[in-house]
Design a protein around this ligand. Structure first.
Ligand code: FES
Ligand code: FES
Length: 166
């Protein structure tokens, strides 16, 4: 057992947990933040995506103890009071989900995707590697969101939702 300090959505939490506890399990089981979902627990589905220092990660693939001193944001921390984050609002407006199991991961991933594109980070299909602001056309969104799987197949609405928010 070890003591871990996590800063999640601006709040500092101290918890005693097994040193092997993943960030996903710490969030869900110890902090009761159940927005991030456990789909595969193997880094293959993206349902557990959260933001660590603004970058998206699969929280099932990292230990909680390794994320101390980082700013962790989950889907619960995106809205501003009763005002949804623009990505959340776009998902609602576009009806970009069915069962919703993948949705919090999709939304966290999309928040980071939009930021990455605005910073000019290329994806595997970006042609202009010198672009300072990559336009998120449908192909770019599909490529950049390809780590987030949706078994309901809501992709047709997820892609335009991400484009709307961007
Ligand atoms: Fe983490 Fe599937 S639960 S990638
Ligand atoms: Fe059901 Fe994506 S909305 S898995």
């Amino acid at each position: 057992m070890t003591n871990v300090t996590l800063r999640v959505n601006g709040t500092v939490h101290e918890l005693d947990c097994d040193v092997r506890t993943t960030l996903l399990d710490a969030l869900r089981e110890d902090l009761d933040l159940i927005g991030a979902k456990k789909g595969c627990d193997h880094g293959q589905c993206g349902a557990c995506t959260v933001l660590v220092d603004g970058r998206r990660i699969n929280s099932c693939l990292t230990f909680a103890v390794a994320q101390q001193d980082c700013d962790i944001a989950t889907v619960e921390g995106l809205a501003d009071g009763d005002t949804l984050h623009p990505v959340q609002q776009a998902f609602v407006d576009r009806d970009a989900f069915q069962c919703g199991y993948c949705t919090s991961g999709q939304i966290c991933s999309a928040v980071a995707v939009i930021d990455e594109a605005k910073q000019g980070w290329p994806s595997a299909i970006t042609e202009d590697l010198d672009a300072t602001d990559v336009e998120l056309d449908a192909a770019e969104v599909r490529e950049r969101m390809s780590g987030n799987l949706c078994r309901c197949g809501a992709y047709a609405n997820i892609v335009p939702a991400v484009q709307d928010a961007s």
